[in-house]
Design a protein around this ligand. Sequence first.
Ligand SMILES: Cc1ncc(COP(=O)(O)O)c(C=O)c1O
Length: 394
Amino acid sequence: MKEYAPCYIYSKKMIDEACEELKRELPGFDFLYSIKANPFEPVVRTIASHGFGADAASWREVEESLACGIAKEDIYFSCPGKSAMDLRNAWDKCVLVADSLHELTLIQKMAAERDTTVSIGLRVHPQYAMGSGTVSASKFGVDLEQMDELKKTLAECPNVRINGMHVHLRSQVLDAETIGQYYEDTMKTAVQLMQECGIAMEFINFGSGIGTVYDHVKEEPVDLAALREKTAVLMEMNKELNARLIIETGRFVVCHAGRYLTPVVDKKTSHGTTYLIVPNGMNGFLRPAIAALIANVAKGQPVPGMEPLFTNDNEFEVHVLNDAVEKETVNVVGSLCTALDVIRNNVEVNKSEIGDLVEITNAGSYAFPLSPQLFSSHSIPAQYLETEEGLVRE
Ligand SMILES: Cc1ncc(COP(=O)(O)O)c(C=O)c1O
């Protein structure tokens, strides 16, 4: 792999397995892939081949989903702050999900101009939290405290027909009980919305929540069998509604499948500390630098996850890929002109030489697109899908 690095390698086999695992373990749901987690087209095509639709957070992600063969009925465009241009660019190419009362009025105006009626979803900010959290203010969705304003706005939007609801409260939850309870609360909210606003609930999008293991020492994967049992009540409730039940997922299907490779280009010692210097450190993969920054500030105190930038203090493994038996403790750092450009401090790895490859795991989600690739005008790492036939670039 040396000739390809710095690069991301995504394993098609692992993506295939994760997609099939979700489908097998959670029957009764349709799945959307959250493109933002990893928009690399060969990855999106792989996931689409398993029948996943798309959770698109911009009109460009809508376009990409279409280009990857996803049907427009299976592309849900949901994000806060959609401008008129965003809506125009996505019009008739996906299911629009209004995120505010203002967006409802924008969509009404566009539908009236086109002399048509449009069916859309509504993202809501519900009156329950997920797990032990508390209900707090949010920029996402229409606050259900404002039910009266919602009804009034809907009455002023004769060309808009709400036919579904979207909620997403948290990512990276590993407790099946918490996720199951959240699904149940969401289902009840959908029924309430349907009754109070006279909405035909053709789809209920429960958003994401299903997490993946980052720290193999401290974390356990979501017990999907237990979650399936918890969802039995939903399936029962849905017998009457007959809505499309949707789960969104990003990291679950791609996080583990990705690894980041970058070569050691220099090795030096300062005050007894050995540094391995690699190109495209934080400007290739940002999250390790954020984890190192937080570790510096937290000084051993636990810090809650702040997705999608930080999960926990042991969210990656760092390896030197050689056969050396001897180990050494090093700081793996990037080549930018900032001391914050750190992959991992004080990590034990195989004793290395210049030219060896450093591998960082869990690099399949929120990695390439979430990193400041343009900073300092370095080269940009390549991305490859690893298939049985070899590496695919596009
Ligand atoms: C609305 C929405 N859905 C789904 C996701 C995907 O989350 P995850 O990658 O944790 O599955 C996100 C992530 O930010 C999101 O904002």
